[in-house]
Design a binder for this molecule. Sequence first.
Ligand code: CO
Length: 296
Amino acid sequence: MLNEDQLSKLRRAGEVAAAARDLGISLCKPGAKLYDIAQEVEGYIRDHGCGLAFPCNISINEIAAHYTPSPTDQSRLEIGDVVKIDCGGFLDGFIGDTAATVEVGTNAYRDLVEASKRARNTVAEFVGEGTPIREIGRAIEMSIKRDGYKVVENLCGHQILQWDLHAGYSIPPYDAGDETPIKLGDTFAVEPFATNGRGFIDNGKPGNIVIFNREKPVDDPKTQDFLAYIKDEFHGLPFCARSCDFPNAEKYVKVLVRKGVLGSYAQLVEAPGSIVTQHEYTFYAIGKRAEVTTLP
Ligand code: CO
């Protein structure tokens, strides 16, 4: 169990992440620059006293996740785009991780947008201390199938620990037979993805998101400074050059990825022409009914 002080930090991080998510969704208008949306979302999180648990992901149509704009990104939203905003904040390492989906200027995929939201909300109605992981997956799959879509099988919910976004167990969006129960005091994220595609993602091109990988000798003093900066700022959590308050961050990120000090995340891509939607809450298992820490 978290103590009162820790729980208040978890709740605050969740509240800030949720407001940043809703801000991001409200900015998804035809012609909006992805760069501006990501900067606004992350600026909100930082202005409200939290660190960035990971870069603001803005993933469009068949891209399920793991795209964030580069520092020079010029791309804009187009009418009809189906956009996932996934963002997270931390306070003293206690993380709120949350996502939502919006269709830009049209309503062609309303049911698909609703399908992932309904699945997540269904889980929120029963999940808590003692819930076997398989039951969460079963509820997600049943809900999304009933709505006429597929789950993205290889994208899972996850336990969250202090300073560790994807820790411990994962929560597949189907019944994989895992009887492991949610324990009192667990923090975890449930994030169903619904699709009209094939039901699984592949790795695509890098999406500008990186993470500290391993120590290696770095000779250049400026690169050493950059490394010290990212450790202090991001604490080993995923980040991107755009979010670094450090001159020429993009150059140092490239150098460190090449050296293997940083690892680069691939974009997660469904079938060409398909659409993916996602809704995510972070939960705290305060009892038989978990508390959602990222409510609007
Ligand atoms: Co998550």
